[in-house]
Design a protein around this ligand. Structure first.
Ligand SMILES: C=C(O[C@@H]1C=C(C(=O)O)C=C[C@H]1O)C(=O)O
Length: 252
């Protein structure tokens, strides 16, 4: 099978497609209220598990299973609990080796976890509980994995930007000048387009569909302004943080 081409346009196309995944994941999570017991230590006393919540239990177990099926062999995937994961038990796929090996040392999932659980969730789910704790946690892992994939995709964005203009990036990398790197890789117009597009996607994907094709209740399943805030305050800044961290190691 032909490998996908690797250009700034193809990388941006992937980010655009990942927006759909993220918006749909948020819509699914918003079916349930906060369900705070899923995040409380007092609710879980599972024999053999010493973690701090049902969500952590489900994420750890899911990652263990998916590691054996080769998920983390893919340079686009990052585990939330990467320590002591089992090895893949399936034949390895020959992924394109486009990234510098230093990419392997970058994983900001702890920040993503904290942002999602402590800041984002209360903004887009209703208060209260309905007992669907396991389903809620299953929705959380979908959201977390989609956000993590998008944010760590910054490694590919940075690589393609570096290859397009190595002479611009090299002095800032050698000087370890994070601010200069941030300036070089930032495109404010692109960010504004992303912000407006994800807000629109939240309106289109999250509306009530009926045969008159009118959003009769004028309500959305996830508040579009929360989705644009998610991108402006967390997703884009964290993607840029990954880009800077990657570039700093690009000449190692
Ligand atoms: C991802 C890129 O780099 C930066 C980060 C962006 C983002 O996270 O969406 C958008 C524009 C850039 O400032 C890009 O240039 O496409």
């Amino acid at each position: 099978m032909k490998k996908a081409e690797f250009t700034l346009d193809s990388v941006r196309d992937s980010l655009i497609r990942q927006e759909d995944t993220i918006v749909f994941c948020l819509i699914e999570r918003a079916k349930y209220p906060l369900n705070s017991p899923a995040y409380n230590q007092s609710y879980v006393s599972i024999p053999g598990f010493s973690g701090s919540s049902l969500v952590e239990y489900i994420v750890k177990q899911t990652e263990t299973l998916q590691a054996t099926a080769g998920r983390y062999e893919n340079p686009e995937e990052h585990a939330f609990f990467p320590d002591n994961l089992p090895r893949s038990l399936v034949p390895s796929y020959n992924y394109s080796q486009v990234l510098h090996t230093a990419a392997n040392s970058i994983n900001i999932n702890k920040m993503i976890w904290d942002m999602y659980c402590n800041q984002l969730l209360p903004l887009f789910v209703a208060e209260g509980e309905d007992g669907n704790y396991a389903s809620t946690a299953a929705s959380d892992i979908d959201c977390l994995q989609a956000l993590s994939r998008r944010i760590h995709y910054g490694k590919f964005v940075a690589e393609v930007k570096f290859r397009d203009a190595p002479r611009d990036y090299e002095p800032a990398i050698r000087a370890k000048d994070k601010d200069a790197l941030m300036k070089l890789l930032t495109f404010e117009k692109v960010e504004e387009t992303v912000r407006r597009r994800v807000e629109k996607k939240a309106m289109v994907f999250g509306q009530e569909v009926n045969l008159d094709n009118v959003n009769s209740k004028g309500k959305y399943k996830v508040d579009p302004s929360v989705v644009s805030r998610l991108y402006v305050e967390w997703v884009m800044p964290l993607t840029k943080l990954v880009q800077v961290e990657y570039l700093l190691r690009r000449l190692d």
